[in-house]
Design a protein around this ligand. Sequence first.
Ligand code: ATP
Ligand code: F6P
Ligand code: MG
Length: 938
Amino acid sequence: MTQSLPLLNGTEEYSLVTTKALYDDTVKFYERYFQLVHDKEIGTLTNSLVTIKLVVDDSFKPLDIAEDKDWRAIVSSSLVFSCTDIQYFKNLAGKQTVQAYPNETNPLEVYLKDPNGYVVGITETKNAISIKPTLPKQSVESSLISSRSSRVDISSASVTTGSSYPAIPKTVNTQKSIAVMTSGGDAPGMNANVRAIVRTTIFKGCNAFVVMEGYEGLVKGGPEYIKQVCWETVRNWSCEGGTNIGTARSKEFRERPGRLLGALHLIEAGVDALIVCGGDGSLTGADLFRSEWPSLIKELLETGKISNAQFDRYQHLNICGTVGSIDNDMSTTDATIGAYSALDRICQAIDYIEATANSHSRAFVVEVMGRNCGWLALMAGIATSADYILIPEKPASSREWQDQMCDIISKHRSRGKRTTIVIVAEGAISNDLTPITSKDVHKVLVDRLSLDCRITTLGHVQRGGTAVAYDRILATLQGVEAVNAVLESTADTPSPLIAINENKITRKPLVESVQLTKSVADAIHSKDFKKAMALRDSEFVEHLGNFMAINSADHIEPKLPKETHLKIAIVNVGAPAGGMNSAVYSMATYCMSQGHKPYAIYNGWTGLTRHESVRSLNWKDLLGWQSRGGSEIGTNRNTPEEADIGLIAYYFQKYGFDGVIIVGGFEAFVSLHQLERARENYTAFRIPMVLIPATLSNNVPGTEYSLGSDTALNSLMQYCDVIKQSAASTRGRVFVVDVQGGNSGYLATHAAIAVGAQVSYVPEEGISLEQLTQDIENLKESFDKAEGRGRFGQLILKSSNASKVLTPEVLADVITQEADGHYDAKCAIPGHVQQGCLPSPIDRTRGTRLAIRAVGFIEAQQKVMEQARTIDDDDFEFDAPEIVNTASVLGVKGSNIVFTSIRQLYDFETELSRRVPKTIHWESSRAIADHLVGRKKL
Ligand SMILES: Nc1ncnc2c1ncn2[C@@H]1O[C@H](COP(=O)(O)OP(=O)(O)OP(=O)(O)O)[C@@H](O)[C@H]1O
Ligand SMILES: O=P(O)(O)OC[C@H]1O[C@](O)(CO)[C@@H](O)[C@@H]1O
Ligand SMILES: [Mg+2]
């Protein structure tokens, strides 16, 4: 029996999602086609979400298609591949054309029918040839409906608004179905992780599944709990808090029978790999599940629950962990998804509490989450300059902690501090393992210090709300990496855990990470606290040391002997950036704890040369600076040469500075270069000098992270969340957002990842008219297909310097014009709002860490420079490496914190005319930003 395709007019586009069965058929179909048309390389599929374009006009004759052929084979996938051998197609077309006709707008459009009756449209465009299956809408839909699988929620999957995909993945792994689940306590950023995993899975040509309700979903199984999802399912998820696929703490999964059911249900659903986003407990469970897998499937085979074929196919459980937990308690990774969002909530609450505490001169005991881990309490302690913290990792006897706390607080009070903040981790204990509650702390503060004291338990507020930019980006990059890891895994590959070390996404062996984490808890329970601390990562230990030094600064015997005490100057240069104050505060208080004298140069180099604005800092003046935005000591863009470098040398000499710490952006970088070059003429500059990069542009050579860039990202992200909501509610609006950042597209690219912007334009790429045309096409597609699911707002982020001609206004006008009344575009200029109000906790805590490292650098380089100062000008070895290295930029590079000499950076690693580093460390983020929204890049 045959069926005729109905005659259609015009162009119609449909998006559909295939089931796994359809998908496999499609692969076979395309493999046959590619062998037919492109004999060198088997073509690759983009994924199972498809755009089907019908290009039909009056001259297209209906075709006969045998109904008993597998119609579903042509339902799936749109693919585009480059081909130089156009002639080959033409020849082929000549042989097999059912109907071929040239077209005014497209040079050649050919419809082919293969011997089995499959029809395919081939469109030749300038650089690419696309092959798209053609089929009438009704048939496609009925075919999908008839193939409805009990495991697939077609109702939500079959209507999609997705765009097609920008690039062809190198390999197609048609075998893989990858499932993701969230487990344990929910954490902000989990949704962004799931979105990235689902979309990357689809992008790589695999099937994406989600397991609902954590391990509960595995134990229960079935289509309600193990669902196939599509590109559109996860739209906008990076901007949503909690976890949309549910999470649970499953008792049943802790027992073998529960895990046996889990194994059966995964196999039934055809899942090859499981990515678990959860905390230490969830990953312990995952690790156990994986190690038990061979015995589980053996039992399933023996009890007849699975077939021999299933047993053979599912020999190994491919598992990967992305760590999602607000506790940040997993060893081997610096941060877990959600931890910085929770920290943000805590810091905001404590910032609020400060105001009321100050009004009444009160003490507050703030209880924060963290069952076995004091990370949240410690970092909040640093970020809010709390007076004291109690964490499980460093317990003391009841007497010791009470004495120490009272001693520090009474000293703070005696010097005029009106507020007292003590942060207690939920899991805080004394060294006999007795829990320390906030009530215990309250009692001590009232009984021993007679303070007017209140308790605030922050509770689940800490887990609520949307994720901060860091968590959205971390979750997204880790999600992409998790899918890569799963696809690259073989039976022998140890299960990976996707970690982050400093600024680098890394893969760590899951088993060892879990064991290491467990050993911290074991050490605590066996009261081996030294071991517990040694097992924590070195950054944690460093932060704890920093907190202790800062919070007891100026009240204890200095750590260093008198003869080694230094005078250290600090100056802010360039535009204000979040974290500048934290750096100044921490540098000054840490200096006090060491015995050094900290000096602030107020209002940049010109403040020094015009008004001799330089003063030593005292402890009380600094109260509250840690949490403040902007620059308390003032900043401007003038460089030493512009301000008068000779006069600066004079003041350096007058005050006898032994070192200088510059905090700022590119002008600060140039300042360091000028001071270092001026050493030849001015002895006063023969001192160690260090730059802590601080600029929202994040364009300072020698580092992948500048203070202020995280605060700016959050400000921009919050702004974008607000206007995206407005755009979505308006049902059909694009906002073109003007983004700062000089010639660096860092901010635009990373904000685009955080908010899921459809496009980001950056100075590094500019805006070509072809790309703009393509992006407008994508937008149209996206809006057209949004029908039925509500129209979503779209964002385009444009770095100001991406184009001077194509301003946000012009872009908005062009887009509105092209939309032909279907939607409109407006521009939005956040401007200096991007500098942020209060610094983010990341900028505060990193400001502290970097400032203390900088002081350490000044101390460590003293000897070399002391000698250099005694040498006659003529003998001064300006270019000797040990001298050159005493003027350096403190940066984060990959997984390390490094000092790189300004000579090296300025002379070899900087594109001076554009004020950017020669190597862009975030380049790979661009492709991810694009592929996660389906942007086609020309
Ligand atoms: N040893 C284990 N064996 C099997 N399953 C486990 C094990 N530990 C935890 N799980 C599973 O993982 C789930 C989540 O663990 P848990 O409650 O410890 O949270 P988590 O993943 O550590 O996250 P968070 O601490 O952030 O809330 C448990 O409910 C259980 O189903
Ligand atoms: O939400 P629940 O199940 O009460 O769990 C609270 C626990 O979860 C966490 O938020 C994350 O593990 C802990 O800090 C806290 O102890
Ligand atoms: Mg946990």
